[in-house]
Design a protein around this ligand. Structure first.
Ligand SMILES: [Zn+2]
Length: 303
C-alpha cells in the first residue's frame, strides 16, 4: 500500500513541477507607489499656493499634477505596469482626477489609515516621494514642517529626528518596499540622502532663500528632471534597501507649546511626559507606533 502510494505521488509530482516551473518564468508586473505632497512641487514657494480657496491655489494644484505626471511617465518608461498615486497634502483632494495621467490610479481624500502612505503594500516594487519638503526647523527650506506646522516641533524615532520622508519611508520599509526617489527643494534632497542613503535619486526643483522664496528650475526642465530621475531610479531599484528601523520603536513627539502635550499625557496611560512639551511612547509594531503618533498630534490644539 505504502509503495503503491509513493509511486503514485511521484508520478503526480513530475507534471506539477513542470507546470509550476513554466508559470514562475514571467516576472510579476512592476507596481510603483507615489506619495505626492505639495510644498516641494515645482514653482511652489508659499502657503497661499498650497491652501484651497486662495487665488493662487488653482495654478499650484495643476503644477502638482504635472510633477506627478512626469513621475508617472518616468515609471512607465522604466517598465511599470501599474502606478498608484496617493494625494498626500492637506485635504488630500488637490489633484483633479481629470488632470492625472490616464494610466495612473488616484487615491483622493482624507483621513486615511496610512495617511500619506495609504495604498502601499508588499506587492509594490518601489516607492517615490514627489513634492516633499524638509522637516520642521530646517534653514533655507520651502515651508519646512513635520506633519502639522502648528503642532509639531520634532518627531524622533529611536533617537533619530525624522522628516516626513523618513517617517513614511519606514512605512514602505515595513512592507519591504524601498523609496528610490524624492523630489522637492535642495534641503529635502539633502535630508533624503542623509536618512535614506546616497543611492536614493534626489531631484531638486528649487533652491530656497529662507522659508518663502526660492530660485526655481524652469518648469519644463524640472518636470524633465523628474521624468528622467524616476526612470533612472526604478532601473537601479535593486541597489536600494528598504528603510527599516530596529524594533522596539521608541517614539518622541515634541510640540511647539506645553498645552499641546496636556491631553495626550492625561488620556493615554502608555504615554510618558519627558518634559513640558515632549511625549514619548514605545511600540513593537511600527504601524501601531505611527497610529499613536497621529493620535497624539490630533489631540493637540493648534497654537
Ligand atoms: Zn503638505
Amino acid at each position: 500500500m505504502t509503495r503503491h502510494l509513493t509511486l503514485g505521488s511521484a508520478a503526480l509530482l513530475v507534471p506539477i513541477f513542470i507546470v509550476f516551473a513554466a508559470q514562475s518564468k514571467p516576472r510579476p508586473p512592476v507596481k510603483v507607489f507615489i506619495s505626492v505632497d505639495m510644498e516641494g512641487i515645482s514653482g511652489i514657494v508659499h502657503g497661499d499656493q498650497t491652501t484651497p480657496g486662495t487665488p493662487e491655489y488653482a495654478s499650484a494644484r495643476k503644477w502638482m499634477a504635472q510633477d506627478v505626471n512626469a513621475a508617472v511617465e518616468g515609471a512607465l518608461a522604466a517598465g511599470a505596469a501599474e502606478v498608484l498615486v496617493n494625494d498626500s497634502h492637506g485635504s488630500m483632494r488637490n489633484i483633479d482626477p481629470d488632470d492625472l495621467h490616464p494610466q495612473a490610479i488616484l487615491i483622493s481624500g482624507s483621513p486615511k489609515p496610512l495617511s500619506m502612505m495609504q495604498g502601499i503594500d508588499a506587492t509594490f516594487a518601489a516607492c517615490l516621494f514627489i513634492g516633499y519638503h524638509a522637516k520642521a526647523g530646517t534653514e533655507d527650506a520651502i515651508l519646512d514642517h513635520t506633519i502639522s506646522g502648528s503642532v509639531v516641533r520634532a518627531v524622533r524615532v529611536n533617537g533619530l529626528e525624522l522628516p516626513e520622508l523618513g517617517i513614511n519611508a519606514a512605512i514602505a520599509g515595513y512592507y519591504g518596499v524601498p523609496v528610490v526617489l524624492v523630489s522637492g527643494d535642495t534641503a529635502v534632497c539633502r535630508q533624503a540622502e542623509e536618512i535614506l542613503g546616497p543611492e536614493i535619486v534626489a531631484v531638486a526643483v528649487k533652491e530656497a532663500y529662507g522659508r518663502l522664496a526660492a530660485k526655481l528650475v524652469p518648469m519644463a526642465e524640472a518636470r524633465e528632471k523628474i521624468r528622467m530621475g524616476v526612470k533612472r531610479a526604478l532601473e537601479k531599484r535593486n541597489a536600494v534597501k528598504p528603510f527599516r528601523l530596529a524594533a522596539p520603536y521608541s517614539f518622541e513627539l515634541a510640540y511647539h507649546i506645553s498645552a499641546q502635550a496636556d491631553l495626550g499625557a492625561m488620556l493615554l496611560p502608555q504615554v510618558k511626559r519627558l518634559d513640558a512639551r515632549t511625549l514619548a511612547f514605545t511600540a513593537n509594531d511600527y504601524l501601531e507606533g505611527f497610529r499613536m503618533l497621529r493620535a497624539l498630534i490630533s489631540l493637540a490644539p493648534a497654537r
